[in-house]
Design a protein around this ligand. Structure first.
Ligand SMILES: CC(C)(COP(=O)(O)OP(=O)(O)OC[C@H]1O[C@@H](n2cnc3c(N)ncnc32)[C@H](O)[C@@H]1OP(=O)(O)O)[C@@H](O)C(=O)NCCC(=O)NCCS
Length: 416
């Protein structure tokens, strides 16, 4: 294998490694479907529980089936007692995603009930358990860091309404609960995105559902994947007022900086989820009496879409753009935006794990070796240091700047 005979697909762009029956994206037509159902129909009609059923079983449930799954989810919302001790002992510096990843991982050690689960097998049982518990972890972490007691889940509320209740302590109005539920449905799955792929890689080693979900959480956290809606909101806050949009936009363009919430690897027309989120963001803003953020978003979008730079590159509004003013208007803290994405996407992640397990083949790509070959072995005494020894310098934990310079020299293949 050498560079003359191998074509490297950086970022696996365009590589198809498996078939899926879960979601399909048409980037030219601006269409997204889950198991054949159009996202617009699902957003308008389906609950999150119904969507999770669709992804896990690849068909819509009958009334009794949905009731059974909803009850199964509700009965799994509470966290084991021991986990509360860990939640309380997280350092103050813990971010919501660090907390979510840590507690999701911890849960695997307290979930032996699924081992002998007969309904749907242990992986489905674990998928249900994690899907039910993620909202509890996020809402409880937010309350604990604000010195407020966590709130017990309410079994009479649906998935989205219960999350808002656990976050605020107040039962949300039906319109807010429906708006959040629609957001959860819209983000439940999206083809072979980076976090879903990483979950499938872990599942392909016959790793368990917890390991796959923790892998996906780590992948989602990166700013090139899950962080764009938070960045879009920070952008709107920086602008501050609808009348300041134009000046901000001109300056941003002059500095050649990206505008968050626009552009997509697959969609070359508007992301179908953006249209629905735009309408919802406007409705929620008007109901709340504060349209400031929606107006900033709408004016900035107008400027972006009318600009030839974006038009020529076919850069359109993506899912993260109107997610920002929507979640903000629902009272969700900005640094919970990535965990919100995770709460929505877990149905898709776990459905992909089930699909991978059903017809597994270890995912193991290759890389073209580009390092030296046939290097001669030298005994330690014959090796010369890159920098002269500094006998007094020590590597102190947390203070790498004190390390001897020799250990700070990056390997030569790292970019400067
Ligand atoms: C999503 C994203 C990473 C897709 O990127 P991609 O398909 O790999 O496309 P590229 O990063 O190669 O960008 C192609 C061109 O469009 C430009 N571009 C893409 N998105 C842009 C944006 N949001 N603002 C300004 N310019 C953008 C790039 O600078 C590049 O220009 P060039 O051809 O002159 O170099 C990219 O559009 C982006 O960074 N968007 C902002 C972040 C965001 O909203 N992410 C959420 C995605 S759902």
């Amino acid at each position: 294998m050498d560079s003359a005979t191998v074509e490297i697909k950086r970022g696996l762009e365009g590589v198809v490694f498996t078939e899926t029956h879960l979601s399909a994206i048409d980037g030219e037509a601006g269409q997204l479907t889950y198991c054949g159902y159009d996202i617009e129909d699902l957003a308008a009609q389906a609950t999150y529980e119904e969507t999770a059923f669709l992804l896990w079983y690849q068909r819509l449930p009958a009334t009794s089936e949905l009731e059974m799954l909803s009850n199964w989810l509700r009965s799994n919302r509470r966290l084991p007692k021991v986990v509360w001790g860990i939640m309380h002992s997280l350092p103050e510096s813990a971010t919501p995603m660090e907390a979510l990843r840590t507690i999701a991982s911890t849960l695997s050690m307290f979930d032996r009930a699924c081992i002998h689960e007969e309904v749907g097998g242990s992986s489905l049982c674990r998928s249900v358990s994690l899907t039910a518990k993620l909202p509890t972890i996020v809402a409880s972490f937010d309350r604990l860091r604000g010195d407020r007691p966590p709130i017990e889940p309410r079994d009479d509320l649906g998935h989205a309404a219960n999350f808002l209740y656990m976050l605020t302590g107040e039962e949300p109005d039906p319109a807010s609960a429906k708006a959040l539920e629609t957001y959860f449905v819209l983000l439940a799955d999206h083809g072979m995105n980076a976090s879903t792929f990483s979950a499938r890689v872990t599942a392909s080693t016959l790793g368990d559902v917890y390991s796959a979900v923790v892998t996906a959480l780590g992948t989602l956290k990166g700013p090139l994947h899950g962080g764009a809606s938070q960045a879009a909101m920070e952008q709107m806050i920086e602008i501050g007022s609808p009348r300041d949009v134009d000046e901000w936009f001109e300056k941003r363009m002059a500095r050649k900086e990206r505008i968050f919430g626009f552009g997509h690897r697959v969609y070359k027309v508007e992301d179908p989820r953006a249209k629905i989120l735009r309408e919802m963001a406007e409705t929620v803003a008007r109901r709340s009496g504060n349209t400031q953020w929606y107006e900033i978003a709408a004016r900035l979008e107008e400027r972006v879409l009318a600009h030839p730079y974006f038009d020529e590159r076919r850069i359109k509004t993506n899912v993260d753009y109107y997610t920002a003013p929507l979640l903000y208007a629902l009272g969700i803290p900005i640094d919970l935006f990535i965990p919100m994405f995770a709460i929505a996407r877990i149905a898709g992640w776990t459905a992909h794990v089930l699909e991978q397990q059903h017809d597994n083949r270890l995912i193991r790509p290759r890389a073209l070796y580009a390092g030296p070959r046939g290097v001669e072995w030298h005994e330690m005494l014959d090796r010369s240091p890159m920098v002269e020894a500094q006998p007094d310098a020590q590597c102190v934990a947390g203070r790498p700047a004190n390390c001897p310079a020799a250990l700070q020299v990056p390997p030569r293949f790292w970019p400067a």
